[in-house]
Write a protein that binds this ligand. Structure first.
Ligand code: PEP
Ligand code: MG
Length: 557
């Protein structure tokens, strides 16, 4: 038996047969050409062919997986049409009098080097997308098949590869492929995101050892722990098989809770909502019994595009979200851009400490027109459901007062234009900084609700960059300091007439559900797959230990 530890990026246990994915590498040579104009023409024809293929893939993904996943191919089209990419390829052909294949390879290599030094994991991983796009162009230039469409003629196939491109992942034969493993990759790559959305177990970062196993080997993949067993012994096979059966039973058990109330044994109620990044996530939220949307991260509408979405485009999206939720509360957070979330459609200034820089509400104040357009779209959408608007990165009373003043101005504008909007849209702030916790009594008098952004509150309270993998031991959202922060904010909210939720990752931590209930948290907002496990936990609890829990946390004074 060979045991390997990688990074589990999509949960579940799969037991099947190895299928190694090998690719026909296209060996590119540098060849001198005389007629560079003809070579550029040849490149342009290949590019058009590649664009047509990507459009086909887009349609296929749209049909099979939905809009969010299909967007990957939209992004690939954008990369291929990017003037920088094309100018580079054509410039190399012209200046060096070389063949198109070489110019494409050199451009890809240059871009890869550029991406490699980027600090942001997400941006660095886009190098894989550029490579994917270039491979497609090369295949069109050389008339070779681009995708090794992973042959999976056998049931229960586990695809094992050096890495998988998003297009290869989308094309996995879902009748037969039950999991995949890669030697490289990461949790934030599009491939990992796709695996989670398709719902098959996946493990990445297994290293070169993975490539030394053989077609036909028996394999067990544990997408939760990141463990992979090749040709397992009897004991492992039996243990994993029991774990898989328990997984399946648990899913069925949880499904039965879909329509249950979130009430503890002794009658305490809490709302469980879903965090989403767009309308396309709503079916999963409803399928898992979400009581509402606790966080719609509106910045995802702005990422990966050349121009910010217009008022009309945003209106349609917000309207669709509200209508799909059919009267359940939808909290839409205004643009939280900056720091780790940079949008191509805006020019972000270089900052020494971007996490402490122009992000969230600060970015909106610095770009009043973008803020105004978003608020107009939100207020116009408010007549289609139960909308709540939430402002991110509020760190002072001035921040919230200024946000409300801009909103009041937008309301006046709409009234003058005779455009209807809902007059009692709830207003809330994200509590993400220690400063906002310490003035939460004052903030609560300005708003209807708080939502604890525990991801940022942890990084700012414990001075631990949330993006830095080497700080995992310091980035501890269960630190007593965090629990005290949440308790203070909850007490201040309730004393001053506001309600309070948590929408950071911590909300899904069931070892703290009792603590949050003891503090009187009114709502927990989590990713859709976490809703039912959280509901199961709430239903199992009673709050007889409440006073003891609160005493253990203390207040620090
Ligand atoms: C948070 O900070 O906890 C939060 C929910 O916001 P984001 O993760 O989008 O910064
Ligand atoms: Mg945040």
């Amino acid at each position: 038996m060979i045991t390997m530890q990688g990074k589990g990026v999509s949960c579940g246990i799969a037991m099947g047969t190895v299928r190694i994915l090998t690719r026909d590498e296209i060996n590119v040579k540098r060849i001198c050409v005389e007629d560079t104009a003809a070579e550029i023409k040849r490149y342009r024809i290949a590019k058009e062919k590649a664009l047509a293929q990507l459009n086909e893939l887009y349609k296929q993904a749209l049909k099979d997986l939905g809009e969010e996943d299909a967007l990957i191919f939209g992004m690939h089209c954008m990369m291929l049409e990017d003037p920088d990419y094309n100018n580079s390829v054509e410039g190399i052909i012209r200046r060096q009098s070389v063949n198109a294949e070489y110019a494409v390879s050199l451009t890809t290599e240059n871009l890869r080097r550029l991406f490699d030094v980027m600090e942001d994991d997400y941006i660095r991983e886009r190098a894989a997308d550029v490579q994917d796009v270039s491979r497609r162009v090369l295949s069109c230039l050389t008339y070779r098949a681009v995708e090794s469409r992973p042959a999976a003629e056998v049931k229960d196939t586990v695809i094992c590869a050096d890495d998988l491109s998003p297009s290869e992942t989308v094309q996995l034969d879902r009748n037969n492929v039950i999991a995949f493993c890669t030697a490289r990759g990461s949790a934030t790559s599009h491939t990992a995101i796709l695996a989670r959305n398709i719902g098959i177990p996946a493990v990445t970062c297994l290293g070169d050892g993975l490539l030394r196993i053989n077609d036909g080997d028996e394999i067990i993949v544990d997408g939760g722990s990141g463990m992979v067993y090749v040709n397992p012994d009897e004991v492992t096979r039996a243990a994993m098989s029991a774990k898989r059966d328990e997984d399946i039973r648990r899913k069925h058990r949880l499904h039965a809770l879909r329509d249950r109330d979130n009430i503890t044994q002794d009658g305490h109620r809490i709302n469980i909502y879903a965090n989403i990044s767009g309308v396309e996530d709503i079916p999963a939220a409803l399928e898992n019994g979400a009581g509402g949307i606790g966080l719609l991260r509106s910045e995802f509408l702005y990422l990966d595009r050349k121009e910010a979405p217009s008022e009309e485009e945003q209106l349609e999206i917000y309207r669709a979200a509200l209508e799909k939720m059919n009267g359940k509360r939808v909290i839409i957070r205004t643009l939280d851009i900056g720091a780790d979330k940079q949008a191509k459609c805006f020019r972000h200034e270089q900052e020494e400490n971007p996490a402490l820089g122009i992000r969230g509400i600060r970015f909106c104040f610095a770009h009043p027109e973008i803020f105004r357009i978003q608020l107009r779209a939100l207020l116009r959408a408010s007549v289609y459901g139960k909308l709540a608007i939430m402002f991110p990165m509020i760190s002072s009373l001035e921040d919230i007062r200024m946000s409300k003043a801009v909103m009041a101005q937008v309301k006046r504008e709409l009234e003058q234009q005779g455009i209807p909007y809902c007059k009692d849209v709830e207003i809330g702030v994200m509590i993400e900084t220690p400063g906002s916790v310490l003035i939460s009594d004052l903030l609560a008098r300005e708003v209807d609700f708080f939502s604890i952004g525990s991801n940022d509150l942890t990084q700012y309270t414990l001075a631990a960059d949330r993006q830095n993998p080497y700080l995992e031991q310091y980035f501890n959202p269960r630190h007593i300091a965090l629990l005290r922060m949440i308790r203070i904010a909850a007490d201040n909210a309730h004393r001053n007439g506001a309600w309070i939720g948590i929408c950071g990752e911590l909300a899904a931590d069931t070892s703290l559900t009792e603590t949050f209930l003891a503090m009187g948290i009114d709502e927990l907002s989590v990713s859709s797959p976490s809703i039912l496990p959280l509901r199961e936990k709430v239903i199992s609890l009673d709050l007889s230990r409440k006073e003891r829990i609160l005493a253990e946390i203390g207040t620090g004074v």
